[in-house]
Every structure is written in structure tokens, then in C-alpha cells.
Design a protein around this ligand. Structure first.
Ligand SMILES: O=C(O)CCC(=O)C(=O)O
Length: 308
């Protein structure tokens, strides 16, 4: 698939696609065997279930594990902890044009993760942070994915109104056992990614990934011209605790800092999107004010008054 075809048929329409073999020439494809990783980085701590754990200990735990919810290594700082790992891959050409959070330099939210886990590990249903889109490259092993459109809650999955909490079965295995049979009828998309394949996960799509074997993967989340309006909407309308990937004290005001950085870029296409977003916000505020104004007018016409 050409880059133009990807943008036209998938990215701009916010539709997922697997690009087979898009990562097949990465150095990581040859270098990232479990043995080689343990030899070079075994003593380095990576983030596993919210805790720091040496890579060699993580593999030792995984080997003895027959749980339905095995430990999962999911580290947003692998590039700082083991810079050589970040040199073993490049952003696939389909996604290389823009990564607009880059404009925020060190103030950008987390954007790349090393992911390692045994069979039955994986990610339960979620939407990606800050309304970003993502690509996920399978380097070793096989990863099964199930996805649903943004407005279609997966069966057995109940998000709170603001999306902050998602009630669902505790493990992927339990979801498959209890709800998989309803997935097709509800419009699920499914695929299995093999080594070298890259999945495009568009903004707002529900997705889960189940590792069918031990898997090593890299994922990156990004903001492009295509999903920028969604990201701006998200940063504006959600409470700051829903902003993800930044320290608590830097979440507030991310929207303003991002808009300022986009304006400072001087890029006409970005300015047009930022201006359209500002116009939409103004008209939504005016509409809300006029609804409130009408309600007060009606209330006072009918002599309603608060008794305090
Ligand atoms: O490889 C996985 O476990 C999926 C990761 C994922 O869905 C994500 O990073 O949003």
C-alpha cells in the first residue's frame, strides 16, 4: 500500500488497517530475540504492571506463569532507559509525516511504549489516550486484535459517561469466554498480527489485544493533521485528570500550550484547523449561553424565583 493510499482510504476516514510487513526491515526484527534482550538489557528495570522490574526477572516470572492475567511489560520510557532499543526501529513511512505533540518538546505526553508479554497477556478494551491514533508493530510472536467503532461499546464493556472508568471482565480470557460470541453481530473487526505487521489504530476506536504466544511489540501514539480536530476537542472538553501521559501538575493547560505551539509553528494547514476549532468552541459557548438565557427568560416570565 502506498502512503497516499493509506492516508486517503484509512487515516483520513479513521478506519483501522493492518499493513503487512511494514516493519519487516527494522533491525529489531533480527536483533530482538529474548536471549539477546536479556543479555544486553537483562539488568535494566522496565515498567511492569505499574512497578519497575529487571527484564531478566520479568521473563523468569513469565515463564512460571499460568495465570489468566499474566504480568505485562508496558514501558513508555524504554528509549531513555535503553536508548539502543529506540535505534532498532524507525517510524513506518505511513506515520512519519507528522507527530504534532512533538511541537511541545519535553512537555509532550508519553507517546511510545515497549510491550512484552507471554501468551494470554495483552490489553483489555480501551480507547487510546488523549484521542490520539496509534500504530502497533509486532516484532516477535502473534497478537490477536478485536476492535469496535468509537460509538459502539464492545459487548460486556461499560464505560462511564466521561470515559474515565470502564467496567469489563477482569481478563481477556474471561471476555472471550463470556462475550466473544456476540462480537460479530455488534460489528467487531478482527485480525492477527504476525512479526513485521503494523496495525493502525485510529483515534477513538475501542480495541483489545491478546498475545497468542510470547510477543514483543512497539507502539507509538501520534497526532496528525487527520486526528488533530479530535485531539483538540478531547483536550478542551475533558477534565484535566483525563489527560494522560503527563505528570499530574502538567495536565492542566495542555490544551492552551498545544494550541500555542500549533500557532507558533506558522504552518497554514495547522492554523486553519486551530482556527476552525476556535470557531466551533465559540459557537458552542454561544449556543449554551442562549439555551441558559432562554431557560431564565421562561422562568422569570412564569414568575419563578429562587427562595433564598
Ligand atoms: O499490544 C498491546 O497489548 C496493545 C497495546 C495497545 O492497545 C495500546 O497501546 O493502546
Amino acid at each position: 500500500m502506498s502512503v497516499d493510499e493509506f492516508r486517503e482510504k484509512y487515516e483520513s476516514l479513521n478506519i483501522p488497517v493492518v499493513i503487512r510487513g511494514a516493519a519487516k526491515n527494522w533491525p529489531a526484527m533480527k536483533k530482538w530475540t529474548r536471549q539477546a534482550l536479556v543479555r544486553k538489557f537483562g539488568a535494566i528495570d522496565f515498567t511492569v504492571g505499574g512497578y519497575e522490574m529487571a527484564l531478566k526477572d520479568f521473563f523468569a516470572c513469565s515463564d512460571g506463569c499460568s495465570d489468566d492475567t499474566p504480568l505485562y511489560l508496558f514501558d513508555p520510557l524504554f528509549g531513555e532507559k535503553a536508548p539502543e532499543l529506540a535505534n532498532d526501529y524507525t517510524v513506518p513511512e505511513y506515520f512519519a509525516r507528522d507527530d504534532l505533540f512533538k511541537l511541545l518538546s519535553d512537555d509532550r505526553p508519553h507517546y511510545r511504549w515497549l510491550i512484552v508479554g507471554p501468551s494470554k497477556s495483552g490489553s483489555i478494551f480501551h480507547k487510546d489516550p488523549n484521542a490520539t491514533s496509534a500504530w502497533n508493530a509486532c516484532i516477535t510472536g502473534r497478537k490477536r486484535w478485536i476492535m469496535f467503532k468509537p460509538n459502539q461499546n464492545p459487548p460486556g464493556v461499560y464505560p462511564s459517561a466521561d470515559g474515565a472508568e470502564v467496567a469489563q471482565p477482569h481478563s481477556l480470557v474471561e471476555w472471550f469466554t463470556s462475550f466473544y460470541e456476540f462480537a460479530n453481530k455488534e460489528g467487531a473487526l478482527e485480525c492477527v498480527c504476525e512479526p513485521g505487521d503494523v496495525l493502525f489504530v485510529p483515534s477513538g476506536w475501542w480495541h483489545m489485544a491478546l498475545n497468542l504466544t510470547e510477543c514483543i511489540a512497539i507502539t507509538q501514539n501520534y497526532v496528525s493533521v487527520a486526528n488533530l480536530p479530535k485531539v483538540l476537542d478531547f483536550l478542551d472538553t475533558k477534565c484535566e485528570n483525563l489527560v494522560s501521559g503527563l505528570d499530574k501538575n502538567r495536565r492542566g493547560g495542555l490544551s492552551d500550550r498545544f494550541v500555542a505551539a500549533l500557532r507558533a509553528s506558522g504552518d497554514d494547514a495547522l492554523l486553519a484547523i486551530v482556527d476552525a476549532h476556535a470557531r466551533k468552541k465559540t459557537s458552542a459557548t454561544q449556543k449554551a449561553k442562549s439555551i441558559i438565557g432562554d431557560a431564565f427568560a421562561t422562568a422569570s416570565a412564569s414568575s419563578f424565583s429562587f427562595s433564598f
